[in-house]
Design a binder for this molecule. Structure first.
Ligand SMILES: [Zn+2]
Length: 301
């Protein structure tokens, strides 16, 4: 991707020096269970609220893949005491420019659709672990979006992992990941995320997983829609589209589970198969709009 003429987003929050393990939220959204202890009302009320919080727990946290099946190999590093390598600087600059480009695209798209003005999400850079409005985030989960505070969370070491650990090399593989997380922000702005959180309450685990797959495939579609936009700007390099397709393949539930366990369990899928993820990214790339991305109404996404 040719990024020389792209502007950097002003919405990157660098919080890599922070320890994310302390409760009480240094700049984070606080810890709801603790707040619960101080609220008024009898124990039944508190128990009810606690159960609701537990039921919602992590519900607003949407990653690029199901991180629970990946091992946590991240080492703690004290980033505040070391300066970034040239490679890391370039990776952060790239992410920042991709973010800026998604802001330009979705601002235009929302205007075109006559929607309320698009509001940019923040992208938080962190290391290892961080407190968010959706609970504790871990780098082992991969990049994720929290609808509770409307922020994308990224440990920049994932950029290298994507190529080395998941076999999805190239800058546009990373661009797809960022654009996918922004896709969850679009779902939040359009009300899709709220409806999803409502609907899943009454579903069995198997049904909730299937609904989650539709949510994730739509985020892949929106990533493809953004890719259509940058293709139109003439800034894609030869092979960029294939890099994104390789990444979409790498983060498919069937592929990840087969790598981890040697087999896959379709009922447990939360993000879709490699084939589904590639299909919806490709469809977004083809149409470049919001309308063709309804993964919820289609019988077989
Ligand atoms: Zn996702």
């Amino acid at each position: 991707m040719k990024i020389d003429d792209l502007r950097k987003s002003s919405n990157v929050e660098d919080r890599r020096g922070e320890s994310g393990r302390s409760f009480g939220g240094n700049g984070g959204a606080g810890f709801p269970i603790l707040q619960l202890l101080f609220m008024r009302g009898g124990w039944k009320t508190k128990l009810l609220v606690l159960l609701i919080l537990l039921a919602l727990g992590g519900g607003g946290l949407s990653g690029i893949f199901n991180g629970s099946q990946t091992s946590n190999h991240y080492q703690s590093t004290n980033v505040s005491q070391q300066s970034d390598s040239q490679a890391t600087k370039e990776q952060i600059e790239f992410v920042s420019k991709v973010l800026g480009s998604t802001e330009d695209f979705w601002t235009k798209e929302f205007e075109k659709e006559g929607l309320d003005a698009y509001q940019d999400p923040k992208l938080v850079l962190y290391t290892d672990s961080i407190q968010t409005a959706c609970g504790q985030g871990q780098a082992s989960m991969g990049p994720f979006y929290c609808s509770g505070d409307k922020k994308v969370y990224l440990d920049i070491s994932f950029y290298n992992d994507l190529g080395n650990k998941y076999g999805a090399k190239g800058d546009f593989a990373m661009a797809y990941v960022i654009a996918h997380e922004i896709g969850h922000h679009i779902q939040t702005k359009l009300g899709t995320m709220a409806k999803y959180n409502q609907d899943r309450q009454s579903l069995s685990e198997k049904e909730a997983n299937a609904l989650n797959v539709r949510l994730e495939l739509q985020a892949d579609y929106y990533a493809g829609a953004w890719a259509h936009y940058v293709q139109g700007q003439g800034i894609l390099d030869k092979g960029d589209f294939e890099e994104a397709m390789t990444a979409a393949n790498a983060v498919g539930d069937d592929t990840l589970q087969k790598q981890a366990y040697g087999y896959s369990v379709p009922d447990s899928f939360t993000h879709g198969t490699s084939e589904q993820r590639q299909h919806w990214f490709q469809r977004g790339y083809q149409y470049g709009d919001i309308e063709h991305g309804d993964t919820f109404s289609t019988t077989n996404p």
